[in-house]
Design a protein around this ligand. Sequence first.
Ligand SMILES: [Fe+2]
Length: 266
Amino acid sequence: MKVLFLGDVIGRAGRTAIQSNLKNIQKSNQIDFTIINGENSAGGFGITENICKDLYSYGCDVITTGNHLWDQKEISDYIERDNNLLKPYNFPQGTPGLGFNIYKTKQNDAIMVINLIGNVFMKSDDNPFLKVEEILKKNQLNSELKFIFVDFHAEATSEKVAMGHHLDGRVTAVVGTHQHVPTADSHILPKGTAYQTDAGMCGDYNSIIGMSKEPILDRFQGIKSKSKFSPAMGEATICGVIIESDAETGLAKNIKPIKVGGVLGV
Ligand SMILES: [Fe+2]
């Protein structure tokens, strides 16, 4: 199975790039299933029902999220009606929405997507290393479940690398999000799990991690800024990874980073 995962979509620039390019990327790489982290897609802060529907119409199958999930008020009602929009599973008990789910590809193969969030240098949530065990106790790679994908939305590289090794050999892929810069460490871990510390963002890289430079530069210099934080509007680079799994074991055969368009495009 070939799965495309794209990192955090930042505002309109990211959405437009996905609208223009996703179908081509899927076709030229024979993609079976597409997952996108959408937590910054609404003006950099959160996601709305309409944006979810737009991303699905562009070819996205499942949307993962992170710390900005609740920034748009409407989403806490909507997520209860949309099983393809995931929250981090280790958010506090009682939080609306699903943190993992099993889906079907076009070939009718089962794929599980798990969304987790980190605790280091972030608001503290339930322990992701312990919470993921609740899911894996009941769900393992087997002849029915051919792919398990984990989006670990975290700030600290060490926490992400640790999660990769924690899950090595038990899931198909662990890919990080939230840092908005793609890391150059895609590889297969010793027991067969594909790993990359951060997928990078789908956004304008002529920016400060996707946002217009001026107010952020002002803040770093201690200057009261005249402008608000807003997404940079230049051409976005679509960043992510393509993971190919072994049909027999469900473990990874290959992980390949992609960068399409904009400043980082190759
Ligand atoms: Fe984030």
